[in-house]
Design a protein around this ligand. Structure first.
Ligand SMILES: Nc1ncnc2c1ncn2[C@@H]1O[C@H](COP(=O)(O)OP(=O)(O)OP(=O)(O)O)[C@@H](O)[C@H]1O
Length: 669
């Protein structure tokens, strides 16, 4: 199809959509006008810390969609950038302003222009250039354009456009809208690569934590990094990272991995598990010689090879976490010939492939994108020697288990006897441990640092009894009392994340939010603004509960209790890391959260925290009503092979709800 035909098709498409929008809008303009007249519009545009300019229609559309999202109306974001590209002729290299692209009827656009108080010269072009896709969740506003209506129809239309470009569609099997986002390059200056935060006053107390190593002939622990016998560049990178002595999981984990053993490692949040993985991502013992051999064979050959065959694959459940792991791997591999690459959903596939084809020894990936690249023939598995599952219990629960099984059964993947498989997490429910054994050699080593699934005792935990309607005010009061200290506020759904973030912005607390419905560009911006302190409050769903290592997070608030206790442990573990102390405040509504009470009491007492009397009572009565436990989920105290486990939660509950991610509607990857 030539350019002209493409343009004609795009215009036809737009006409169709606009017509559809107008029809569906019949009688709804009033509702929309009312909504848009609210002052949250401005709040929404400020949420990402930038003033929206209205010279361009796209920006206006962005602002509108953003406003709607922040007001609790759910706009579908991100993917529709394809329309801008296809219809407006915006090229990939150009800055596509805004991520929400919504198609409006002309009338609506004009109204928008007025709302923003700025001239929009190009209404017509804009109208014919953008496509409407909005899903309203709130009944009072959504009459006539609710779920299923626009979304369904536009999805059809969108996929018609995007299938034209196979390479850049998000996945091979599901050719959805094209994603054009290319993340900013990671820092190149040494000071940024090695920037790190200080260990806290309790770092040395890590030495007192009980360690349980089980499995035959476990290698002896190291006491210092020198004993790890790392090569010179690695040693330099370790000390530039500010690591003076290894944490317990590193003392035991590094020699186990060096000895070629499979490992299931469990250690409390913030105690350096990722670093154990990352340290091994250079795999000094034998990956470097292999890479040296590759160099001898000519890096160019590997660089321009149409298929890359990494020696190590690290998988993690969320995009932000895998990116963080990649940055760690990049840091430790600095100055060596090992090239780590990261691939994850929400960013342009063409860009990802180009990055991979530059050479890839250590592939950090989320499962969906990994399978996509394998399916496209860009990643071969035959050289894989290390398979690392970070947040392993999450990677093997209902959400990801099939993906992991598919990975290990993929053509070329060496069987478990011929690769080394390493698993890390702070929580390992017993059923997941059993399942994990399918991926590991029989003689794997189980390493438990502290109580498996226990909370970090450097986090001061407070549970406040609330009712649903007082939570917002209590949150406000709490945040006002902590001042500018960095706080993560966890909520259960994407909609309430937007809603609470808007509310806090209105109350003049600079807040941003992260959840699975936000475009990747926005997710990364939100995290960046939170890390830099520009927005000291981050409202998040479970998508940010695991692994994220953010400096100076002093507080975690569970605005909504999570759906299971493991999630609670991970969430509060975003503070009190690496020997620093932190505080976690949880709003507990006995009406809805009672099923979590027993396990919560266990976790609190396990971490030497005060257990409120009322919570004990709730736990007791919840126990009284205990019934069927569908998953038989138990909290392991140790290696399941020893048969030593105790039940921590046998209540039927949302604690055992089938949604493993916690947030009812969250998509993790
Ligand atoms: N030996 C060490 N000395 C100093 N700092 C360290 C050491 N090991 C890890 N750290 C730092 O401690 C922080 C927490 O480490 P890491 O993210 O690996 O924890 P984790 O156990 O993987 O946590 P989570 O369970 O939340 O995933 C990081 O900033 C890391 O750089």
């Amino acid at each position: 199809m030539d350019d002209w035909e493409e343009e004609q098709e795009a215009q036809d498409l737009t006409r169709q959509i606009v017509k559809g929008v107008e029809e569906d809008f019949e009688g709804e303009e009033e509702a929309l006008r009312t909504t848009l007249n609210q002052k949250q519009m401005r709040m929404a545009t400020m949420l990402d810390g930038k003033e929206m300019k209205a010279e361009e229609g796209a920006v206006v559309v962005f602002a509108v969609a953003s406003a709607m999202t922040m007001m609790g109306m759910e706009t579908t974001v991100g993917e529709e950038v394809i329309e801008l590209e296809t219809v407006m002729g915006v090229k990939e290299e150009e800055e596509v302003v805004g991520g929400f692209v919504v198609v409006f009827a002309m009338k609506t656009m004009k109204m928008e222009a007025t709302m923003l108080g700025k001239g929009v010269k190009a209404e017509e072009e804009v109208v014919s250039a953008v496509a409407f896709r909005m899903v309203c969740g709130d009944d009072s506003r959504s009459k006539g354009f609710g779920r299923g209506g626009f979304r369904g129809r536009n999805e059809e239309v969108f996929s018609k456009v995007t299938t034209a470009d196979n390479l850049d569609s998000e996945t091979t099997e599901n050719a959805g809208p094209k994603v054009v986002y290319v993340p900013p390059p990671p820092p190149e200056e040494e000071s940024s690569i090695f920037s790190h935060y200080a260990t806290g006053i309790n770092f040395d107390k890590y030495d007192d934590i009980l360690v349980d190593v089980s499995g035959s002939n476990p290698p002896k622990a190291i006491m210092t990094f020198e004993e790890a016998a790392l090569c010179e560049s690695l040693n330099k990178n370790v000390s530039k990272s500010g690591y003076v002595k290894p944490t317990p999981v590193q003392k035991h984990g590094i020699p186990i991995i060096s000895a070629g053993r499979d490992l299931m490692a469990c250690a409390q949040t913030g105690s350096g598990k990722t670093a154990s993985v990352a340290l091994r991502s250079d795999l000094a013992a034998f990956l470097l010689p292999i890479l040296q051999q590759l160099m001898n064979d000519g890096v160019a050959a590997s660089k321009f090879s149409e298929i890359q065959e990494p020696e190590a694959i690290i998988v993690a459940p969320t995009r932000e976490l895998i990116n963080q792991i990649y940055l760690e791997a990049r840091k430790f591999a600095y100055g060596t010939c090992v090239r780590p690459v990261v691939v994850y959903g929400g960013i342009n596939t063409g860009y990802t492939i180009r990055e991979v084809l530059k050479g890839c020894n250590v592939l950090c990936a989320t499962p969906g994108r990994l399978h996509d690249l394998i399916g496209r023939g860009k990643i071969g598995l035959s050289k894989v020697r290390y398979l690392v599952l970070d947040e392993a219990d999450r990677m093997l629960d209902m959400g990801f288990e099939q993906e992991m099984r598919k990975l290990v059964a993929s053509p070329g993947m060496p069987p478990k006897e011929e690769r080394q498989t390493l698993m890390f997490s702070a929580t390992y429910p017993e059923d997941i441990q059993r399942l994990a054994a399918d991926f590991l050699k029989v003689d794997y080593i189980f390493l438990a640092v502290g109580v498996v699934g226990g909370a970090c005792s450097d986090v001061e935990q407070t549970i406040i009894q609330v009712d649903q309607y007082s939570k917002r005010d209590q949150l406000l009061e709490l945040l006002k009392s902590v001042g500018n200290e960095r706080t993560m506020v966890f909520v259960e759904t994407k909609r309430s994340a937007d809603f609470i973030a808007t509310f806090l912005c209105q109350e003049k607390l600079p807040t941003t939010s992260i959840h699975g419905d936000r475009e990747q560009r926005e997710r990364e911006k939100a995290l960046g603004d939170f890390r830099s302190g520009q927005c000291p409050v981050l409202v998040a769903t479970s998508v940010a509960a695991r692994g994220l290592d953010i400096e100076q997070v002093q507080h975690v608030v569970n605005f909504d209790m999570p759906s299971n206790i493991d999630e609670y442990v991970h969430r509060i573990g975003r503070t009190g890391r690496c020997g620093n102390t932190g505080r976690a405040v949880s709003f507990f509504n006995p009406e809805s959260d009672a099923p979590l009470a027993r396990s919560l009491v266990k976790v609190l007492s396990g971490a030497q925290q005060e257990v409120p009397k009322w919570l004990e009572e709730v736990a007791f009565s919840a126990h009284e009503t205990t019934g069927f436990n569908p998953r038989g989920k138990v909290f392991a105290s140790t290696d399941t092979r020893k048969g030593g486990s105790f039940k921590i939660d046998d209540s039927p509950s949302k604690a055992l709800a089938p949604s493993p991610a916690g947030a009812d509607d969250e998509e993790w990857e």
